[in-house]
Design a protein around this ligand. Structure first.
Ligand SMILES: [Zn+2]
Ligand SMILES: [Zn+2]
Length: 399
């Protein structure tokens, strides 16, 4: 889970609670060894629900505080019957500004602020990614946020026309978020709100797993095709930062944000769907920041970036455990795929280009390395690996 090790209420205090904790940490504080588990414990589930409340609070602001009433209300309540740039553009601009305020600010704090040096020991992979990666991911994430806006815009249109229930009642008036009937009963809306991350994670698993090699024994491997043409972009950042969270091909970004369709299928209020889009974005940005507490990095997913063929979902919903794809080390990944003809690990299946890894390692390797050499998941390299893996160029070959 993003930010494992943090007190359960901390997501509601982000970024102030995280920044003040970073300032207060004593200089001799010893970070605990990061670990991944196949499922969350009770505190983890509560922390996730608190984070979902944060997403819901932002959605509430986006729908009720940024807009007035009547003709000035949120477009889903009327104006969006016709596609018009006047109501569409503010949604796009809001997403772009929020992207830079949240992901941009957080990357600056962790990687460039006066506290960056102090925070280095909390970094999961002790190396820093190249600035060119950050620049690329910032642009890609901005485009992905525009894709998220596109999903919301289409939903607004269908809500306003009444083709999607949830925004407008039979009498033509706005349906209430709380205290209504059916799917708008208070307890139903509260349940949607608290469990947002829990119900969107299975959707993420399906979309994500589909874009990794299926390793099927017969017939074409559709996942390998989708990986090459769509999902590979996300894995260019094997040492991710917040901006890497939604560094996605536009096709993947639309699929990712389409989790918002789940509550729509049940006639939930638009605030639930918008909260889902926000939870997808903020959860990905903070979960990819690359730091353990007082950062927000998700070590479970960091291992996915390091080893590719494991941990396709998240700990909130233990699908990886059920399907046998949970791993907490590279050795475990090789064991999972040991009976496949292409061996274990994505590098062996020909889909992931080894040069991608080698080039990135070269780009991020400093001529004089400071600090311990690490694998891509941040665990120290064994001495034998260091000796055999070092090349003249200073490149570290990761085994
Ligand atoms: Zn990722
Ligand atoms: Zn992946």
């Amino acid at each position: 889970m993003a930010g494992a090790g943090q007190p359960f209420y901390m997501p509601l205090t982000w970024p102030i609670g995280h920044v003040s904790s970073a300032i207060m940490k004593p200089d001799d504080d010893e970070p605990r060894a990061p670990s991944a588990t196949p499922e969350l414990d009770m505190i983890g589930h509560v922390t996730s629900m608190i984070a979902a409340c944060r997403s819901f609070a932002m959605a509430y602001m986006c729908i009720f505080l940024f807009y007035g009433s009547g003709d000035a209300a949120y477009p889903a309540f009327g104006r969006a019957k016709e596609y018009d740039v006047q109501w569409m553009l503010p949604i796009v601009l809001r997403n772009v500004v929020a992207t830079w305020l949240i992901a941009g600010l957080w990357d600056w704090f962790l990687y460039f602020s006066p506290l960056a040096k102090k925070l280095h020991k909390y970094k999961l992979n002790k190396r820093y990614p190249a600035f060119s990666q950050m620049r690329h991911d910032a642009i890609a994430t901005t485009i992905a946020s525009i894709c998220g806006a596109a999903v919301e815009i289409v939903l607004c249109h269908y809500w306003a026309t009444g083709q999607l229930a949830g925004a407008i009642g039979a009498n033509g008036a706005q349906r209430p978020l709380f205290g209504g009937d059916g799917t708008h009963k208070t307890w139903v809306s509260v349940a949607w709100m608290l469990t947002c991350t829990h119900w969107r994670v299975p959707h993420f698993y399906v979309v994500h797993r589909m874009m990794h090699p299926w390793k099927n024994r017969y017939g074409p491997d559709v996942g390998a095709f989708l990986y090459t043409w769509v999902h590979k972009q996300h894995h260019k950042s094997h040492n991710p930062t917040a901006f890497s969270g939604t560094n996605m091909h536009p096709v993947e970004a639309v699929l990712y944000y389409s989790a918002a369709l789940i509550p729509c299928a049940f006639g939930a209020h638009p605030a639930i769907a918008v909260a889902c889009i926000i939870d997808c974005a903020v959860g990905a940005w903070l979960g990819h920041d690359g730091f353990q507490w007082p950062g927000s990095g998700d070590y479970f997913h960091q291992l996915h970036h390091a080893h590719f063929d494991c941990n396709y979902g998240a700990m909130h919903f233990p699908i990886d455990k059920w399907f046998g794809t949970f791993a907490d080390s590279g050795k475990m990944v090789r064991q999972i795929w040991s009976d496949h003809k292409d061996g274990g690990g994505a590098k062996a299946n020909g889909v992931h280009e080894p040069t991608l890894v080698a080039n990135h390692a070269r780009a991020t390797a400093s001529p004089r390395r400071t600090g311990p050499a690490t694998q891509r998941d941040g665990t120290p390299l064994r001495r034998s690996v260091r000796r055999s893996g070092r090349k003249k160029s200073g490149e570290i070959v990761v085994h």
